[in-house]
Design a protein around this ligand. Structure first.
Ligand code: HEC
Length: 117
């Protein structure tokens, strides 16, 4: 009896970790970009949706510029380098996100750790 209850608890915990049924489990590059944007705290300097803050407005920034800034090109101006922290895919996704700002595809959720926004 006791063993059955432990086994049942394990099954329940596994079910709770699985993504909710009926939701897409893969995110689009725009959504992944929003997630990376939040996760790497880009918004802390560039504003919640890239409109600018301590750092410049970078909405609709070209992918190449996002990548070079993330790799240390904006260091002299006060931006940290993300070399070894973020991947080139992160940079591409972030560029996709920045390009979506102001369109109907712009994601606005704020909890990057949610498996399904
Ligand atoms: C510590 C604050 C800070 C953080 C965090 C930060 N940035 Fe920056 N960023 C800046 C500053 C300041 C500049 C301007 C640098 C300059 O003028 O040379 C800048 C410049 C840029 C530029 C170039 C803008 C242009 O006009 O050429 C891009 C693109 C950019 N950041 C993207 C990002 C992304 C993406 C992230 C997150 C992965 C991020 N930044 C995180 C402060 C920050």
């Amino acid at each position: 009896m006791r063993l059955t209850m432990i086994a049942l608890a394990a099954v329940t915990a596994a079910a709770a970790l699985a993504p909710a049924a009926g939701h897409a489990t893969t995110l689009s590059p725009i959504q992944e970009g929003r997630r990376a944007w939040l996760k790497y705290n880009c918004y802390g300097c560039h504003g919640a949706n890239g409109a600018g803050g301590m750092g410049p407005n970078i909405q609709h920034q070209e992918a190449g510029d996002v990548s070079s800034a993330m790799n240390g090109d904006a260091k002299e101006g006060g931006m940290i380098s993300f070399t070894g922290i973020a991947t080139s895919t992160d940079a591409k996704n972030i560029a996709a996100y920045l390009g979506s700002i102001g369109t109907k595809n712009e994601p606005t959720w704020v909890d990057w750790w949610n498996p399904v926004p």
